[in-house]
Design a protein around this ligand. Sequence first.
Ligand code: ZN
Length: 311
Amino acid sequence: MLPFKLIYHPHYDLNLGPHVFPSQKFRLIAETLLSERIAAKDDFLQPEKASDEDLLRVHTPSWVHKLKTGTLTASEIMKLEIPYSTELREAVWLAAGGSILAAQFALRDGFASNIGGGFHHAYPNHGEGFCAIHDVAVAIRRLQHDKSIARAIVVDTDVHHGNGTAAIFADDPTVFTLSIHQENNYPAHKPPSTVDLNMWDRAADSEYLDALLPAVEKALDEFRPDILFYIGGADPFCEDQLGGLSLTRKGLLERDRRTFELARRRNIPVATALAGGYARRVEDTVRIHINTILAARDVATAFPSAARATN
Ligand SMILES: [Zn+2]
């Protein structure tokens, strides 16, 4: 039914119980895509867990070992801001496998969406802000290792700065990192991305799009990446509990659609991951993430010949 694959696993749930991070959203998104007939069952692929070798291209052996064995210190768990469990471990290994699979299928089909991942606050040697393993960085390193790509761009639209991404790729000229986020928000320390678009509190649709779209266009034209990883945060939404921007659902859809169009017009495959979303009503978060899939579908349909596979 969809012109590209959705990557999802029932064990993406981080097992958090009542927590500001609605980790049931992964399941709700997958179920809604099916029940509203946006996607059919065979549009979905289940990822395998990423291998330790994949993780170790980004993370330190010590951090991977601690996550595997559940031997994080109290201060490491505090920084992570979510409780450790074997389910959490399983979920983050799967999310990394999911972003690898999404990247591989994006190269094949022009688009692919991981209905999970986007854990952009994870650093090589520790986790932060609900993010233990940086799935997108793991996927980039795997594709580079396989020589499927040379250069990647990460466009991060989560309301919070992509500090882990910026730190991981700080000295790497093969990866362009672009983060658009609320300046007065978590994380306190924001290591520089290649391009940081710092938005003021309560910035609205037009101000946000006027900053984002020309920056993406310029980056794509000058850097000419082989793939675009899109971290599609739902938390710039005006009713988000952890965000302080004022984007509407319509504005967020416009953000996704126009970014994808810029990539598609240049034959650049797009792999998407979810990232944050803490709307008062979880239905809003689910709807915003689903709209990212719909935006990809519309752009893929409008520009069918741009997919690499058909070139
Ligand atoms: Zn966020």
